[in-house]
Design a protein around this ligand. Structure first.
Ligand SMILES: Cc1cc2nc3c(=O)[nH]c(=O)nc-3n(C[C@H](O)[C@H](O)[C@H](O)COP(=O)(O)OP(=O)(O)OC[C@H]3O[C@@H](n4cnc5c(N)ncnc54)[C@H](O)[C@@H]3O)c2cc1C
Length: 445
């Protein structure tokens, strides 16, 4: 049994955690040695406690990392759940295949991508990651191992996609990759002056582009509030630039934990001005951009989350229905400005109408706003509560796998289907997130 921090990305609660190997985890699961004592763990790239079970054991799935089969003609790939996305990319890229959906880091595992039904910059075209899962092998304490697909057991398959690891351990999965002429993209930059301007641009950008996402200058206030740049792209049709594929251990790194939050307001003001300037210079031109820097801009510096200081960071990701976006998005930005805590990365994206591929997924028709805040204790928690209430009042939801503190009521408002997942939950599996949200709702019902 390994003892390590097994932190999540937000690093809010830093304790030593126990993790079992996949073999040992399966033995314990099959012997049903207790209620809620296990949880599969990928690479801990969720931000809060949905990947923790601090009164039980984690199962370190990253050890199960083999690619099992790959059909060059059809792009169908089967792999163990601990394989990370960068391994899949390296395997399929030489043959003209790419992930149909990728989150903003290539280090997540296949199991983690399915369990959170992650989304990418092309949700409007391809939906979520789970939409491309053909089948998976799941093992549960109450009925052993089974092969699931949409036809055979649609209810358990759907609950497992976006089920946050609670329906059993995914051992392996078969996914359909996407044919691309090049992994690199041709990018277009369009500056906008306000959220209202963004809303008029976003739908058209989605119609014309495979990928689209906006960066917001969160520290711009008054009449400049909501200004930003819309970055849209399609795959290039002529090969890739010879950029080196950088493995994690070869990257730039923040080697030690600074004693303070380095990403403070003065730094952010400078950073935002420089970033905005660098992007606006490209506006109106089509610029070929390497796939690493377009899809994974943050992966270039290992452990960059340490820059938030020893108290860690909170991420707040909300999704707001289309009809409420014109009012709620400016209200969220105004609340963040009044809260006085600068967000390092503020990203806005329009989800398409496909929603999520699973029972519980976060993605749904609407606009999703992501804000990152250093943990400054009570002050930050008050701000996050305010953001929650704007989101819930607008009929939206807060992302559970980015969360470390939302109330049971906020969770239930965004995910009224939680009782269905609770019925499907493997009794031997539990997470700290589920314990403090759904199980509290259940106890109060
Ligand atoms: C820089 C950065 C950018 C990001 N960008 C995006 C983005 O654009 N879109 C997006 O949707 N997300 C994004 N994320 C979040 C990240 O993609 C998800 O949290 C992802 O699920 C993490 O995968 P992981 O392998 O680290 O799993 P973990 O975080 O370790 O676990 C995630 C969940 O999966 C479960 N799980 C893991 N393995 C298995 C298994 N084998 N069987 C069953 N359950 C399992 C765990 O129990 C847990 O509930 C980003 C995160 C970072 C740090």
């Amino acid at each position: 049994m390994a003892h390590a921090s097994y932190q999540s990305f937000g690093r809010i609660r830093s304790v030593s955690r126990r993790a079992l190997s996949p073999d040992e985890g399966l033995r314990r699961l099959e012997s049903s040695a207790g209620e809620g004592f296990l949880l599969p763990f990928g690479k801990g790239l969720s931000y809060g406690d949905s990947c923790h079970n601090d009164s039980g054991h984690l199962i370190d799935m990253a050890e199960a990392d083999r690619i099992l089969s790959f059909d060059l003609q059809t792009g169908l790939l089967e792999a163990e759940a601990g394989v990370d996305l960068q391994t899949i990319i390296m395997h399929c890229r030489p043959h003209g295949w790419f992930l149909p959906v990728t989150p903003g880091t290539r280090f997540v595992t296949l199991g983690g991508a399915i369990a959170n039904d992650v989304h990418g910059k092309n949700h409007h075209r391809r939906g979520t990651f789970g939409a491309h899962v053909r089948s998976l092998n799941l093992v549960r304490s109450d009925c052993g191992e089974q092969r699931l697909d949409r036809e055979g057991d649609p209810a358990l398959f759907s609950a497992t996609i976006g089920g946050m690891g609670l329906t059993g351990i995914i051992l392996s999965a078969e996914i359909q990759l996407m044919r691309v002429p090049s992994l690199d993209v041709i990018q277009n930059v369009r500056p906008f002056g306000s959220i209202a301007d963004y809303l008029t641009l976003a739908e058209e950008a989605d119609a014309q582009n495979e990928y689209s996402v906006a960066w917001i200058d969160q520290l711009a206030s008054g009449s400049r509030r909501g200004r930003g740049v819309l970055l849209s792209a399609n795959h290039a049709d002529d090969g890739e630039s010879p950029a080196l594929f950088v493995r994690r251990r070869q990257m730039l790194s923040v080697p030690v934990q600074p004693p303070l939050n380095v990403l403070n307001r003065p730094f952010l003001k400078l950073f935002n001005a420089a970033y905005r300037f660098s992007q606006i210079r490209k506006a109106g031109r089509e610029v070929k951009t390497g796939w690493q820097s377009y899809f994974y801009p943050l992966d270039g510096v290992a452990h960059w989350n340490r820059l938030y200081g020893p108290r860690g960071l909170y991420q707040h990701q909300s999704v707001i229905p289309y009809s409420a976006a014109a009012d709620a998005l400016p209200a969220l930005l105004a609340a963040a400005e009044e809260g006085g805590v600068g967000s390092f990365l503020t990203v806005l994206k329009r989800f398409g109408t496909a929603g999520s591929a699973g029972l519980m997924g976060f993605a749904r028709p609407g606009y999703t706003l992501t804000l990152d805040f250093p943990n400054q204790g009570e002050r930050t928690l008050r701000l996050l509560d305010r953001l929650d209430s704007i989101t819930v009042d607008a009929g939206g939801a807060v992302n559970p796998y980015k969360d470390a503190r939302m109330s049971p009521e906020t969770f239930a408002a965004g995910f009224p289907q939680w009782p269905q997942l609770e019925v499907m939950r493997d009794p031997a599996i539990l997470s700290d997130f589920w314990r403090r949200t759904a199980l509290v709702c259940k106890a109060n019902a």
